[in-house]
Design a protein around this ligand. Sequence first.
Ligand SMILES: *Cc1c(COP(=O)(O)O)cnc(C)c1O
Length: 417
Amino acid sequence: MVTNRGLFERALRVIPGGVNSPVRSFRSVGGTPYFVARAEGPYVWDVEGRRYIDYVQGYGPGILGHAHPAVIEAVGKAVVDGSSYGAPTEREVLLAELLCERVPGMAWTRLTSSGTEAAMAAIRLARGVTGRNKIIKFAGCYHGHSDALLAAGGSGVANQGLPDSAGVTPGAVADTVVVPYNQVPEVDETVAVVVVEPVAANMGVVVPHPGFLQGLRSACDQAGALLLFDEVITGFRLAPGGATEWFGVVPDVWCFGKVVGGGLPIGVFGGKAQYMQYLAPLGEVYQAGTLSGNSLATAAGLATLEHLNSDAYVKLSATAVCLADAMTQAAADAGVECVVPRVGSLLGVFFCERAPNNFDQAKAVANNGVYPRVFHALLEAGVAFAPGPFEALFPSLAHTEEHIDTTAEVFAQALRC
Ligand SMILES: *Cc1c(COP(=O)(O)O)cnc(C)c1O
C-alpha cells in the first residue's frame, strides 16, 4: 500500500528534502508531509485515504475550491487542441482584456509562467524605465525566489529559519534595500521601484496601516520612482480589482499569479501603457517565455475569473468573517491568546495578544512554539492549515457554513491539547 511515510522516504532519496518547494516540507512543524492523492471542493485526500478540509488551496489558486467543474471542462476542452504553440492565441487576448478591465489603472499585461518570473520582470522593467538601480522591498514580503528579491523573504525562507538564501551574490542584492513593513521609507532619486505586498501574506497576514500604501504612493511620486504592487496573493482575491481596488491606491506596475491561473502555472505583470511600452519587442527591456500564455493555463484562468463576480466576493468575505469569528471565539473560550487578522477573504492566525505590524513582530510570535502544536492537532482531526506559521489561510467558494462549523470545533479542540 502507498503511504505518506513510504512516499516521503522514497522522495527523500531523489528530491532534496522530499519536496519541490520548501514550504511543503513540514520542516517548521515537524513530521511527515501528507501526499495528496486527489482534491475536490474544500477537501484534499491523502494517499492513505484520509480527508482534510483544506485551507491551503494550493497557497491561493483554489479560490473556487479544488477541481471546480468549470475549470475541469475548460482545461479538458483546451488540451485536445494542443497545449503549447509558440504563437499567440485568442485566450491570451481574452485574459489580458479581462485583467485590464478589472484592475483600475492597468492598461497592458504580459503573461509569464510563475509569480517569481512576473515580479522579476516587473523589477527589470522599472529599472529600464527609470534608468535607476535601487529597489526598496519590505522585510517579510515575498516576491518569488529571484536573487535580488529573496532578501528577508518571508514564507518558506522564514519557515526554514534562513535570514536569506546562500548562493545569492553580494552583487545581486547590492541594490536591494530592505525596510520594515508599515513604515513609509525614505525614497530618493536613486530608487527605481518600491515593491510591496499591499496586504502582506507571507509573514502570516499583516495588514497595512491606514495611510501606509498612500504614503508609498506619495513618496514614489516625489522621487520619480515606480510603485509595484505584488498582488500575487491579493489579486482577484480581495476584490475584482484586487488590493488596488480595495485600498484605492493605484501603483505603476503590478504582478499577479496564483488565482489568475486557476491552479495551472501562470504569472502576470502589467502596468500603465507608458511603462509597458519599454518592453521588447516595442522597447529595450527584454522578457520572454516558451510557456508564457500557455493554452491550458489561460483556459483555467479564464474559467476561474468568470466565476469571480461581485456575488462571489461577498460570499468569500462572509465565509472568512465566519471563520475568523469562530476561531477568535474558540481561542477566547480556551483561554489561548490568538488574533486572526483579515482583509476581505484573506486571513491569517497568530497566537499572541496583538496582531504583528511587521516581520520582526511576526517572527517573535511565530517562534513561540504554539503553531506547530495546533497545526498537528488540526491535521490529526482532518483540517489542513499550511505547514508553517508564516502562511495565510485560504477559504474558498467551496467552503460552506458546515465546513466552517467543523473547522471551528476542531480548532477549539486543538487549542485544548
Ligand atoms: C507566491 C508568491 C510569489 C511567487 O509566485 P510563484 O508562482 O510561486 O513563483 C510572489 N509574490 C507573492 C506575494 C507570492 O505570494
